[in-house]
Ligand binder design. Structure first.
Ligand SMILES: Cc1cc2nc3c(=O)[nH]c(=O)nc-3n(C[C@H](O)[C@H](O)[C@H](O)COP(=O)(O)OP(=O)(O)OC[C@H]3O[C@@H](n4cnc5c(N)ncnc54)[C@H](O)[C@@H]3O)c2cc1C
Length: 376
């Protein structure tokens, strides 16, 4: 039961955004900036964002060498370069919007660990350097073998390391906190613990069914942006979209520990970095693809054991460490790494399927969703 005052002031909006991750926030931000007089609300099912945006590893990356090579199986080089450009522009936009100091951006550079003899490595770096040259303006990848021992990795296992000059790290929590604050400061109403059940077209716009605790109510908007990434499939089962769970482990503080850079291996499936003198490591989804194709949060013991073993074997071979915390997040994947940005009828626009690169492309996907909403 709602009051007359609620009915006249809180029910009807110009724009409603469903999903309070990085994409939903950037969509709301762009709408608020372009249409300062519009009534805008963002609906989030969790108390905090409850998908991937506060669960990720905080890598500000655009693709390691073997990841770019692997993606050649599913995308043309032109499509891949467009995607890299979108990632680079998205990262730039993220940094410009929130400031490097606010999100603890560190241009630390990235490294990819290789465990075999890695044939033609120099030529493979050169090939991708020249492909990326028009986007980046200088060489990206270089041989970093001499840094393997200096970083403390086991030279018995890590045979090569490829440096990537323009990668960095952020503090994910600070990023999403600042983004929420900014969106709220522009007058966007943010409703958390508000789960959207579905929506229906209506002659004057769209009716959105929302569950809040035991109650449900219908909000109305002229346009709706759906930014629920992997969780979108329940409404649109025909979408080429699959969930993918990712897990992260973080150690207790290790005296004098700090890695210089952000690190990946096996086509980007694994990643690690340091934060606050702790080791953060995640990934390994490919060890149990089927089990990890889920929207249920949780830690797969097989993946956790593999990550811990890698730490002991070649990341911190001479250091004892203890896992203090572990968590999972849910990503959205498709047959290739291009996100879906589309208007499914005049009034509902989707910005979803960000894969493992949402820190990089979230800003640009959210902005594109907003542009479609206010220009159609
Ligand atoms: C473990 C892990 C590590 C990662 N590491 C990195 C990294 O280092 N670098 C990188 O670039 N990317 C990384 N990613 C990927 C990145 O985090 C995602 O691509 C990005 O956060 C997706 O943002 P989003 O806004 O599209 O989706 P989400 O963050 O999932 O946001 C969608 C939101 O919609 C909400 N929602 C869902 N259903 C409803 C509903 N019915 N009603 C209301 N709200 C709803 C959810 O609660 C969620 O908050 C990682 C992901 C994971 C899981």
């Amino acid at each position: 039961m709602i009051s007359y005052w609620e009915k006249t002031s809180f029910i009807t909006y110009d724009y409603l955004i469903i999903g309070g991750g990085i994409v939903g926030h950037f969509a709301a931000l762009e709408l608020a900036q372009q249409q300062p007089n519009a009534k805008i609300a963002l609906l989030e099912k969790g108390l905090f964002p409850h998908g991937a945006s506060t669960k990720n590893a905080g890598f500000a990356c655009f693709g390691s060498l073997t990841e770019l090579e692997a993606d050649e199986h599913t995308l043309s080089i032109d499509a891949q370069l467009q995607l890299v450009e979108q990632r680079l522009k998205g990262l730039e936009q993220l940094r410009q919007t929130l400031s490097d100091t606010t999100i603890d951006y560190s241009p630390c550079g990235g490294y990819e660990l290789l465990f075999d003899t890695a044939e033609n490595l120099e030529a493979r770096c050169e090939r991708w350097n020249s492909l990326l040259q028009p986007l980046i303006g200088s060489d990206t990848f270089y041989n970093a073998d001499q840094e393997i021992a200096a970083q403390g990795f086991s030279t018995k296992h890590v045979k090569h390391m490829v440096g990537s000059r323009f990668e960095g790290t952020i503090n994910t929590g600070k990023m999403m906190y600042a983004l929420s604050k900014k969106v709220a400061s522009l007058g966007v109403m943010r409703y958390t613990q508000s789960e959207v059940i579905g929506w229906e077209p209506h002659p004057t716009g769209v009716h959105v069914n929302v569950r809040v605790g035991d109650e449900s109510l219908v909000l109305q908007a002229k346009k709706v942006g759906v930014c629920t990434n992997a969780f979108t499939k329940k409404w649109l089962p025909e979408l080429d979209l699959n969930p993918g769970r990712g897990c992260v482990l973080i150690s207790t503080p290790i005296p004098n520990f700090s890695l210089k850079g952000c690190f990946h291996y096996q086509e980007g499936y694994y990643y690690f970095r340091s934060i606050d003198q702790r080791l953060l490591i995640g990934g390994g989804r490919q060890l149990a693809f089927e089990e990890e194709t889920t929207i249920q949060f949780g830690i797969n013991p097989k993946i956790k054991a593999a990550l811990v073993e890698d730490v002991q074997r070649f990341i911190l071979p001479n250091t004892s460490f203890k896992i203090e915390q572990e968590w999972s997040g849910i990503m959205g994947f498709g047959p290739h790494k291009k996100p879906i940005i589309t208007t499914i009828d005049d009034r509902v626009t989707l910005g979803i399927r960000l894969g493992g690169m949402g820190v990089a492309i979230g800003a640009s996907v959210g902005t594109a969703v907003a542009e479609k909403m206010y220009s159609n």
